[in-house]
Design a protein around this ligand. Structure first.
Ligand SMILES: *Cc1c(COP(=O)(O)O)cnc(C)c1O
Length: 425
């Protein structure tokens, strides 16, 4: 019996030519539940979390899962049960945290466009902190909190102006981004915040981008943030917690991001050297906790040879898995049951009526119609970004735990999709 694990997908393994996630044979899941089908490994999520927990041993640190990466209830439940807090970006996400058994007092609320209604809802729930992204938002939040007889705990998201060296759409820490308050404006913004009656300054926050595969941008950002903490505290405003955001990358295609514990060994050494090692620390990892825990199973519908390109048309599409269309992102695509035969170069594409609807380009595959393929590293920013474009129902989701497979989202029907609509009468 051969047993190999796939790079970038530590809990996916092949046994006798069949792909497994933990103890579950993926072909069996596809036959039982249909395709496209997202399957997640609980062990992979907990192992990714454990790397952060190891990194923070002996520290006062809170890990707030950035749930926009994958907000399916049972995924949130895994992290809630493991003691995590949550980083939310909407009022709807707060409802999901509570529905999944999460603790509102461990929630931090990020995002540039919080509405008054969302602020009220979060204040009612008693969240830990608002990560405020602009001076205008400070004024509104103070106003809302005051009208409720409360003081909103806040940190200000500062923009350290470091280049995270990632895709422009997922880089957030540079001056040209819409996120955060410019480094030069930070002190004045903190002084304004401290003067507003509805606010309680508690911390500082930064988040420089996503799919970051080097330590240097984090180390640079930390220096910039600590310079600000020093200046803000010198002005008499106490900073109780420091939040370094998320953004750590994963291995999609031979990427070599630092392991979370190694990254934090370096960052904590810097914090200690600068005398901030005993502060309350927070982080907001998303992708690095769930990205490599998921696979998307899809069936080959048609092979379409062409003069310039051969197309492998599958039943998953950009509405299920938008990252390739949106960021030209790379996902490994492998057969679920290997077959002997000559491998041919294909573009793997979906049925959606857009040329941007591709999942992988120039892939060597030995496949026939009816075969199953697995798109790897699809635990983050896939289902959470999925849509009903072309009136395609959202895929079903399965959570694997050892040799057990739990349906955590049933396949969406056309009736589900039309439920909010009505004809003109
Ligand atoms: C998206 C986001 C995160 C998580 O980013 P990942 O790259 O998934 O780790 C964390 N914090 C904020 C404010 C975000 O917008």
């Amino acid at each position: 019996m051969t047993h190999t694990t796939l790079a970038g997908a530590p809990f996916v393994a092949t046994q006798n030519n069949d792909l497994y996630l933990e103890g579950v044979k993926l072909a069996d899941l596809a036959h039982a539940h249909g395709t496209p089908l997202f399957v997640y490994s609980k062990a992979a999520m907990l192992s990714a979390l454990a790397a952060y927990q190891r990194g923070f041993t002996g520290r006062n640190a809170r890990i707030c899962y950035a749930m926009k990466a994958n907000s399916s209830l049972a995924v949130l439940q895994v992290f809630a049960q493991a003691g995590c807090g949550f980083d939310i970006v909407s009022g709807g996400e707060l409802d999901r945290v509570i529905a999944a058994g999460g603790d509102a007092s461990k929630v931090i609320f990020s995002g540039v466009g919080k509405t008054r209604a969302e602020m009220r809802k979060a204040l009612d729930a008693g969240i830990a902190c608002f990560n405020v992204e602009s001076e205008a938002e400070l004024e509104v939040l103070s106003d809302v909190a005051q009208s409720m007889g409360k003081r909103a705990p806040i940190s200000i998201r500062v923009n350290p102006n470091v280049d995270a060296k990632t895709h422009p759409y997922i880089s957030t820490g540079l001056k040209g981004n819409k996120f955060g308050v410019a480094h030069e404006r930070a002190l004045a913004t903190y002084q304004r915040a401290a003067s507003l009656p509805g606010l309680q300054v508690t911390g500082i926050d930064c988040h420089i981008g996503s799919q970051i595969t080097e330590s240097t941008p984090y180390l640079d950002a930390m220096d910039r943030v600590l310079d600000l903490v020093q200046a803000i505290e010198a002005a008499g405003i106490a900073i109780h917690h420091i939040d370094f955001g998320g953004g750590l990358g994963i291995n999609y295609n031979g990427d070599t991001p630092p392991a979370a514990d190694e990254l934090w060994t370096q960052l904590l050494a810097k914090l200690d050297a600068r005398g901030y090692g005993q502060r309350q620390l927070m982080i907001e990892p998303g992708r690095s906790l769930v990205g490599n825990a998921g696979v998307c199973l899809t069936e080959v519908l048609y092979l379409k040879p062409g003069e310039q390109k051969n197309f492998c048309i599958v039943d998953a599409a950009m509405n299920d898995l938008p990252r390739p269309a949106m960021y030209e992102a790379f996902h490994q695509i492998v057969p679920v049951s290997a077959r002997v035969g000559e491998a041919v170069m294909y573009d793997v594409v979906g049925p959606v009526c857009e040329s941007g609807d591709w999942l992988g380009r120039d892939r060597q595959l030995a496949v026939q119609s009816g075969d199953l393929l697995a798109v790897l590293s699809t635990g983050a920013y896939c289902v959470a970004m999925s849509s009903n474009y072309n009136t395609r129902g959202r895929a079903a989701e399965i959570l694997v735990d050892g040799d057990k497979a739990h349906v955590i989202r049933r396949r969406e029907t056309v009736a589900d999709q039309m439920a909010c609509e009505s004809l003109v009468r």
